[in-house]
Design a protein around this ligand. Sequence first.
Ligand SMILES: [Zn+2]
Length: 329
Amino acid sequence: MHHPIVTENRQICVYYGEDLARYGFGHGHPFGPDRLDAFWQEVQRQGLDHAACVCPPAMADETSIGRFHTADYIARVKAQSATGEGFLDYGDTPAFPGVYEAASTVVGTSLDAVKRIMDGECRRALVPIAGLHHARRDSAAGFCVFNDCGVAIDSLLQEHDLERVAYVDIDAHHGDGVFYAFEDNPAVIFADLHEDGHHLYPGTGHSSETGTGPARGTKLNLPMPPGADDALFLKLWSQVEDLLRRHQPQFILLQCGADSLAGDPITHMRYTRAAHAHAAERLCALADELCEGRLLAMGGGGYNRRNLAVAWSAVLDAFLHAPFGADEH
Ligand SMILES: [Zn+2]
């Protein structure tokens, strides 16, 4: 596979639009539909919307969603979307009228970003309402209906013919839906720093989980104690860079959940926005070094509105201001 090296100064994209905000479980819910605007107000306050290319959301078709999810599960989401009743898992993730369209829009928006990056139209992108890393191939879980991260990875491997894709997850929760879907797949290089599963949902992501069969050694799980701060994050971060350098990905995904910042109502971590800024800056440099700059960030969790606004803005700011290097020669 040869991908042309693009030499012009490509755009930094951020996605914003009413259809993307709609993915939420009602006002007053931790994952409410007000999360996108909480982020956007901060983007505007910092003037980042003038520097980035603002792109509209897109809805995924069933074929694309079916690259990751089972046909039975897609049909079930569709049916419950029509009635708006019941749960899509064992009780965390309720159906609501239009949930199929809302969840398909999250997937479609992440896929639009993948396509723009692969086409060389855009260099780095951020989809704020995305990174729904708990959904399994055949089920919803933990506020996640369709796993846009998983669909993006399967699309990069199957549709764009990449051989190695990296997924880095700094959300407080373990990205179990991504991890177990690709646990035995050596094409997916996986690194996840999260609050230890003994103290937080979903209870997985132990350091002994390094991948199975041919994928052994391609996965890195770094559980951290409750109260983990920036200093511990920075200390562990170099292991993520070592893993990526060792396996040479052709595309890097970042799930930048903001629920790992101090003051989140449902977790116990104590990062500041500096952790997210560091991850974003370092991944810009790594993407330039390893894979022609291809880097996609997905917002993930974050239930304190101020925290998600500052953490995701820090990621966008890093994407806009990191120097372009490596492939421009
Ligand atoms: Zn989370």
